[in-house]
Design a protein around this ligand. Structure first.
Ligand SMILES: Nc1ncnc2c1ncn2[C@@H]1O[C@H](COP(=O)(O)OP(=O)(O)OP(=O)(O)O)[C@@H](O)[C@H]1O
Length: 699
């Protein structure tokens, strides 16, 4: 993978001299000084983006000290001149992402509906005449999908100014005074001499919000428009917020009470599942302070193509024939390789169009991609449908060669790739006959797969075992023949078996997931086109959650017995349930009724399935498990349902989720909430299955 960031880092190391030179342009009579690094950190001093060209240097010390990281990324092209002795020529070195910044809604590579949503929110909340209190907008979505660009374009269009927060890079050093009074004041939050508080990033952030809310921007010469229409933009978050999101939540609450300006937060999601937006803005806080959340999608390939084609034609015109112009196939490669990140796509485009030694490889890769695209187009002339699929599967590696983004897959899509079992058409690509298996193996004959199962699992960013767990939950809906189901079930249990031994689990994990995925694909020979099928999260997650909660509850309620949770639930509680007067604590009675006995009347029904959405990731699942589970954090959750990370059961890595979880579930057909439910207990009592009398030893 050649990401823009790693590329930037490499170039910075190699061409450090060139990086320094323009900063001393005046001294060395270097006239072509590009200021976009400094001016890249726009608006944090109060200005909006003015055009895509070099902007005047900001006077804000923050912006000079700390160029925003994403802007710094875009400077990679400045750091690699073909000849370091030559001065930069004109705008040649300007990053195209900056040079082609969108200036109007029509130019934005963002879905119209999303733009409209943001525009409507702005119209309602930014005008101080129509709004009373503060309002908060949260924009989420993958990196480079145009969130900031949308805010800036709309702000410019509606005549609003944007005041943006940027994390200060260096804080003024704190030197404790020897005077005890001064020392006390330093740490006293109510003291106005509180230098410690004032100098922390969080403190500065709070102060920024206060000032941004209180004061209007200074009117610069030549600037017109209503300066009281302002929105506050936050994309960088003080690091402290990631450690203690509660700090941010307190600030938000205070902001909503006291402020009158609208506040826009932009948080980029990562495909690998470490969702900052979930951490910084949990659902309950969003509801409490009334955050409006608009979620952006990756840029659609058609919009991306339009942007790239426009840039290529403009740049080709400017270069006067010097530029290496990529053709449509190469642009398509760039589009699919960028995973909907317009910044990454434009950077890759510029990189691949540069002429010079340093990008020779990039050009070769484009050529390779072109050749491949052309040959596959020829080969697929017969089967129009197979054409695209084939190209997708075969070209993925080529895409990565030209600075493509890491092609991560959301879990939903990754599962679909296995379950829908897409294969090449029987006549093969190009109509040439495929070699077939010998007669005695003919039952194993299958058309060629259009997916690489191992790559799919890898791109889903979750362990193979966990991936198999999702497959186990969902595969039945995609089979039409019971023989196939039997074979698939066998493969799945083989996969479980491979990872059953915790000693070799880390090594065998990959083999296990290969057996599970390939086994499913191979078994499904009677596969019929099944249209859309909803996918669900594994029941195991719910059962496991319930089990952990029961374990904790059992331990705390029956602490005096000094037994492990497993022994409590499988030995003691069923025994106590048989006694008519064991205890007098209502919580204990309720728990015994919930966990210690099987209902004779009602059979456990199917659990209520939780739908898997296209934005879910397996890691989130694990995280939420850990959050909810408190002390019982699970480090590894294998497909077989073994819970090896559970602290109470560390001595028993093969612990099965006990029956207790499903009992409580089954009696009501759905999983009850975390703690033992009094209603469950009541329902059971009503059944007369069991009667536990309250026993008072004092009587
Ligand atoms: N047509 C276009 N639509 C959107 N952005 C474009 C377009 N053409 C060029 N760009 C540039 O692409 C970049 C898009 O990045 P932007 O900052 O908007 O992404 P983002 O969704 O906010 O993600 P991040 O959090 O990574 O910044 C900007 O630098 C923008 O100037």
């Amino acid at each position: 993978m050649m990401s823009k960031r790693s590329l930037g880092a490499k170039c910075a190391a190699n061409k450090l001299t060139r990086w320094v030179e323009p900063s001393f342009g005046d001294l060395f009579n270097s006239t072509n000084l590009s200021l976009s690094t400094v001016s890249g950190s726009i608006a944090r001093s109060g200005g909006t983006t003015r055009g895509g060209k070099s902007r005047p240097p900001s006077t804000d010390p923050n912006s000079a000290k700390c160029p925003q990281k994403r802007k710094a990324d875009s400077n990679i092209f400045k750091l690699q001149p073909s000849n370091p002795t030559e001065p930069a020529q004109g705008n040649e070195d300007e990053p195209w992402v900056d040079a082609h910044t969108p200036h109007s809604q029509a130019e934005l590579a963002v879905h119209k509906k999303k733009i409209e949503e943001v525009e409507n929110w702005m119209k309602v909340h930014v005008d101080p005449k129509t709004t009373k209190g503060g309002a908060i907008l949260l924009l989420t979505g993958p990196s480079g999908c145009g969130k900031s660009a949308t805010v800036k374009v709309l702000a410019q269009q509606l005549g609003y100014s944007v005041q943006e927060w940027a994390n200060p890079s260096s804080l003024s050093e704190y030197r404790p005074s020897t005077d005890p009074d001064a020392y006390r004041q330093t740490f006293d939050p109510d003291s106005r001499f509180n230098s410690f508080y004032g100098s922390s990033q969080t403190g500065q952030f709070q102060e920024f919000l206060l000032r941004a809310n209180k004061y209007n921007r200074l009117q610069m010469t030549g600037e017109g428009g209503a300066s009281d229409r302002k929105l506050i933009l936050v994309e960088d978050f003080p690091n402290q917020f990631y450690r203690q999101p509660g700090c941010l939540h307190d600030i938000l609450r205070r902001f909503m009470r006291t402020c009158k300006r609208p506040l826009v937060f932009i948080v980029s999601d990562s495909l690998s599942g470490d969702s900052s937006s979930r951490l910084l803005f949990p659902k309950d806080v969003q509801e409490e302070v009334g955050v409006c959340n608009i979620s952006f999608n990756p840029v659609a390939p058609t919009s991306m193509m339009k942007v790239l084609s426009r840039i290529v034609s403009l740049e080709a015109g400017k270069s006067g024939g010097k530029m290496c112009v990529p053709d449509k196939a190469a642009l398509e490669l760039l589009c699919s390789g960028s995973s909907g990140d317009v910044r990454s796509a434009i950077n890759s485009l510029q990189f691949s169009c540069l002429t010079g030694q340093s990008v020779k490889e990039g050009l070769l890769s484009v050529k390779k991609g072109k050749d491949l695209a052309t040959s596959s187009r020829r080969a697929n002339s017969r089967t129009a449908h197979g054409k695209r699929k084939w190209k997708d599967a075969e070209r993925r590696d080529e895409e990565q060669a030209i600075g493509g983004k890491d092609a991560s897959l959301f879990l939903f899509r990754a599962l679909g790739k296995i379950l829908y079992c897409k294969r090449e058409s029987p006549e093969g690509l190009g109509g040439s006959p495929r070699p077939s298996l010998p007669a005695h193996l003919s039952e194993h004959n299958r058309d060629r797969l259009l997916v690489d199962p191992e790559a799919v699992v890898e791109r889903s960013h979750m362990s193979g075992e966990f991936f198999s767990l999702y497959l186990q939950q969902n595969y039945l809906d995609f089979f039409s023949d019971v023989e196939d189901v039997a074979r698939a079930a066998e493969y799945l249990s083989d996969a479980d078996f491979l990872t059953a031994d915790w000693n070799s689990r880390s090594i065998m994990g990959e083999y296990g997931s290969s057996v599970a995925t390939r086994g499913l694909l191979h078994s499904n020979c009677g596969h019929i086109a099944v249209g859309f099928r909803p996918l669900h999260k594994p029941n195991w997650l719910l059962v496991n959650k319930k089990y952990r909660e029961n374990s904790l509850a059992a331990q705390s309620l029956f602490i005096s017995f000094c037994m492990t949770p497993v022994s409590l639930q499988t030995e003691l509680l069923p025994y106590l349930a048989q006694l008519s007067n064991p205890l007098r604590n209502p919580a204990q009675i309720a728990f015994i009724q919930d966990v210690g006995c099987l209902s004779r009347r009602k059979l456990p029904g199917r659990l209520k399935l939780e739908a898997l959405t296209d934005k879910d990731t397996g890691l989130l699942e694990l995280e939420s498990e850990e959050e909810d589970g408190g002390a019982a954090s699970s480090a590894v959750i294998p497909a077989s349902g073994n819970l090896s990370g559970d602290k109470e059961d560390q001595g028993d890595p093969f612990l099965e989720p006990p029956l207790s979880g499903s009992q409580g579930l089954g009696s009501r057909g759905e999983l009850p909430a975390s703690q033992p439910q009094p209603n469950t207990a009541t329902a059971l009592l009503e059944e007369d299955d069991l009667l536990i009398e309250e026993y008072d030893s004092d009587v």
